[in-house]
Design a binder for this molecule. Structure first.
Ligand SMILES: *Cc1c(COP(=O)(O)O)cnc(C)c1O
Length: 427
């Protein structure tokens, strides 16, 4: 068959290809449900663009101060319409997800206030932002304290502990939707909604921010539909659709977003300044594609779990679980297996496919780390990528894929390399 031959050209053997096809026959219903969510979210994005009368003049570049930048202002209205919020801040001046979260936190917390995470430890990079790990310019240095309620051992919310952690100084509650690179489960939007409702029942005027990274468009609803005052994320993950070369977003109440704008630029200037530098076509078109790009990445993660669980490797989420983000963890059990897996992902890339990933000592990590990515946008993790620290249980975190077919090839190539290394018997 032509297709099989093409996969052979790319380096996937007949046996690996056939195993992939066998696994796929059981995934029809799963894929259909992913497609239905994508269809709904596509309509949501389209409707937001139509309501805001997006037109070609909005794609023009602005420079300097960027006063009267209709393209930028309309894009922010489109994001607000998609996330059903009063306001949005969406800009290339927000350099990454951590920056967006930092702006949202530091704009809405003042000296003497307390930040609470009711879902255990936050994402690695936020430890320095908050001051859990000492850092210059952390919130802690500015007199903002931090409290944390850990999750129960089954990954559930510890409601009594959360209630006990909310006090008169608790100003903002931060909820991370995706597990990121932790071992806890990711939360559904419904679970986040319940947690928000609980926190607000304990303290009605408390603000809730959701770190929405990796979760956008995975479900029909977003946390802002269920009471979050702010949802925050990166444009080089899901909502940039693979086309945004930089950027972050904060969608939320007028009150919260206005403060974010003053924090990002300067008090008094706010949302009025910030040239778009010619990035509007990528931001609009990326958002337009984001629902289907996210669906492709989701299919890849479901496929990976089914491929690897079928070979005896534990997967989080497991082969049959519902998805709340695009990240798939596969426990491979050895350094050699992690290296082989990442070699396969790299070999499947459209960019840098000829390079060989090797474990490396990275700042901030206590063990070597291996990373595979051949991306059009540096570090973009909506593009096919895999990484993980080289230490027990030797798990790789796999995510992205701008198209389902690319994600599929990446997973088949990873298996091919495991077979070639003699770690997995030809299936
Ligand atoms: C990626 C990520 C971040 C940080 O985003 P960067 O763009 O890497 O700075 C924060 N939180 C979560 C859950 C993430 O997945």
């Amino acid at each position: 068959m032509e297709l099989e031959k093409m996969y052979e050209t790319l380096g996937v053997s007949e046996a690996v290809y056939a195993y992939g096809e066998k696994v796929l026959t059981n995934l029809e219903a799963r894929f259909k449900s992913i497609d239905q969510t994508a269809e709904y979210n596509q309509a949501k994005v389209l409707s937001a663009m139509q309501q805001n009368r997006v037109n070609a003049t909005h794609f023009a570049a602005t420079t300097g101060y960027g006063y009267n930048d209709e393209g930028r202002d309309t894009l922010e209205r489109v994001y607000a319409a998609v996330f059903h919020t009063e306001a949005a801040l969406v800009r290339p001046q927000i350099t990454c997800g951590t920056h967006a979260l930092t702006v949202a936190l530091s704009a809405n917390l003042l000296p003497g206030d307390e930040l609470l995470s009711p879902v255990g430890a936050p994402y690695d990079t936020l430890e320095e932002v908050i001051g859990i790990r000492e850092s210059k310019c952390s919130l802690r240095e500015y007199g903002v304290t931090y409290a944390q309620a850990d999750l129960l051992s089954d990954g559930g919310f510890d409601y009594p502990a959360i209630r006990a952690s909310i006090n008169e100084r608790t100003k903002l509650i931060t909820i991370q939707r995706s597990k990121g690179y932790a071992t806890r489960p990711s939360f559904s939007v419904a679970q986040i909604g319940e947690l928000i409702a609980f926190c607000k029942s304990v303290k009605p005027d408390v603000k809730v921010m959701v770190d929405n990274c990796y979760g956008e468009f995975v479900e029909p609803l977003e946390p802002s539909d269920l009471g979050a005052d702010m949802v925050v994320g990166s444009l080089i993950k899901n909502p940039g659709g693979g086309l945004a070369p930089i950027g972050g977003y904060i969608c939320g109440t007028q009150e919260c977003v206005e403060r974010c704008a003053y924090r990002l630029s300067a008090p008094g200037l706010g949302q009025e300044v910030g040239a778009n530098l010619g990035l509007m076509p990528a931001f609009y078109q990326g958002l337009f594609l984001a629902p289907t790009v996210t669906a492709g990445a989701l299919k890849g993660s479901v496929f990976a779990a089914n491929i690897y669980e079928g070979l005896g490797f534990p997967c989080v989420p497991n082969a049959s679980e519902d998805r709340h983000d695009i990240i798939q963890a596969v426990t491979l059990g050895s350094r050699e297996a992690m290296v082989a897996f990442c070699k396969g992902i790299q070999a499947a890339a459209p960019v840098d496919s000829y390079v060989t990933p090797e474990p490396w000592a990275m700042p901030g990590y206590d063990s070597d780390v291996i990373m595979a990515a051949g991306a059009f946008v540096q570090g973009s993790s909506i593009e096919l990528s895999a990484d993980g620290p080289i230490r027990p249980p030797y798990a790789v975190y796999f995510q992205g894929g701008l198209t389902w077919y690319h994600a599929k090839l990446g997973i088949l190539m990873s298996l091919q390399k495991l077979v070639e290394a003699g770690i997995v018997k030809p299936p």
